[in-house]
Design a protein around this ligand. Sequence first.
Ligand code: WT7
Length: 637
Amino acid sequence: MQETNVPIPNQDAEVFHPAPEIVASANVQNVDQVRREAAIDLEGYWARRAGELEWYRKWDKVLDESAKPFFKWFVGGKTNIVLNALDRHVKTWRRNKLALIWEGETGEVRTYSYHALNREVCKFANVLKSMGVAKGDRVTIYMPRIPETVIAMLATAKLGAIHSVVYGGFSVEALHGRIEDSESKVIVTADGGRMNGKTVQLKKIVDEALTRTAAPENVVVVRHLGIDVSMEQGRDFWYHELMTLPLAKNSMRCETEVMDAEDPLFILYTSGTTGKPKAILHTHGGYQVGVYSTIKDVFDLKEEDRWWCTADPGWITGHSYIVYGPLLCGATSFMYEGAPTYPYPDRWWAMIEKYGVTVFYSTPTAIRGLMRFGQAWPGRHDLSTLRLLGSVGEPINPEAWRWFHKYIGREKCPIMDTWWQTETGMFLLTPLPATPLKPGSATLPYPGIDADIFGEDGKPVKVGEEGFLVMRKPWPAMMRTIYKDPDRYVQTYWTKFPGVYFAGDSARRDKDGYFWVIGRVDDVIKVSGYRLGTAELESAFITHPAVAEAAVIGLPHEIKGTAIHAYVILKPGQDGSDALIEELRQYIGHEVGPIAKPEKITIVQSLPKTRSGKIMRRVLKARARGMDEGDLSTLEE
Ligand code: WT7
């Protein structure tokens, strides 16, 4: 089992009860009853939720378990997520409602009504179509946090093609691997993006990645910074030029492709135990039902809300809760390009005030980072529009929870600590506004979710004991498979406990049934909430000419939660100079991305290994922390 990175919270800790006015106005009033009903009639519950959305054709069967764990939802249903995210709104008064408000790091502002967003999406869908993109084709989207990212995702989905968004903080090798595995026809990127006063030259990274792979047919480049980039004739095209060409007759109109509920919507790469990231596949039907229901119930979205999820569209949080969730609800979503501390540590609080944000969803690592600067920074701003807060990505330590609650929420806003994963698509463990809260606990399963904690023996553990977090029943927004690797899907998630979903996290449950998630039990590290695989980092290390072998572990870090520590064996004749160590750090930044740069690199002569040659990361961790190394009977060294 995993050692704990955060101190184990006191499970009898203070309970925070939501204010009566929050409960009285909540979209879901009687969650215990809803939970009971959903437990008795799972399909009935999800059919009701699906019925809140539009369908080209209603489903014949809510859940088909005949080929489990390849579950199917809303079988026979015809839909497209864009039908519900855009098409149904532009038929109503919402065409004049703001869908997206965006602020760039340098202060530039852009807004899109539902009408305007739909128009841009239609135009760009026609552009993609003219490049030969059709149903089932893959489109890689490698972008800064700008509106065109959202437009490109929706345009791809509208055509029934599959988007593969690669986080703009990833770099050459990470991008190359993801482009190659997805066999994308088109890449959508930008000249660059802004982050913390610096520029990230995305097009340059794309060019380098494309020297390592059979190139996609086309690259579309958004001019965002206005910097010089090299454009390869016949392959690379400017977005703004394509968008003003008279491509088709009515180029502002584009039919939304009618999809089967189970047709793929996107793939999203996430790190696992091996060096090769997994392409998690989500579909049109179930995904939209799950994401729509959860954001509406948990974040209680109302017509007049202004929602801000601080994530990046390149991660699942951005897919589900910046792009699709808010649009499925017809909400107004705010998006910000840059860093929370630029130019000063009150940038986020200033924008909450400026735009009148009402619901704010962020991460423990960001809160810990901003806490450092003190409460005077938020104290300067009127944050009284806020009514609900949220947290995701890793367990939130009670100290950060209390600061968030007191100085951002003014002790009035409940904090929705949502536990979920790239694989789950939607929140699974989460409070609703009326749920009594305990700082550090993601509280209880969402209606229809049957969560438990199992011991090694596959039986539920006792109250207070640590075990593996599992789901006994499927849910509509669950991943359907790993793209091109269904065996790995079965092996990773459904084999440890046959027929039960294995999340890869350890957790405890307290006497009130509240879940306390502890952390990963596999070789995944959460650095500032970003999910990275030790094996992927190790593979990157050994492509450097000076490196013979490498082992990577995560160690506790005050702000990042976990930080990367690398142990490296050099090739004969290499010195372990500071200059080489710095070169290796930069190299990992260049190959994988700045977020992957190790906190510390230690040159070693040997690594603890099992007799079969597997690195014992557990032993490295224990040594680094001066702890008991545990059972060493399999150690070869
Ligand atoms: C892993 C999934 C899905 C949103 C972003 C991350 C950890 C996520 C919580 C939470 C404790 C959490 C888990 C999980 N995690 N939310 N509220 N409390 N841990 O998605 O990159 O797929 O990472 O993030 O370890 O397995 P992801």
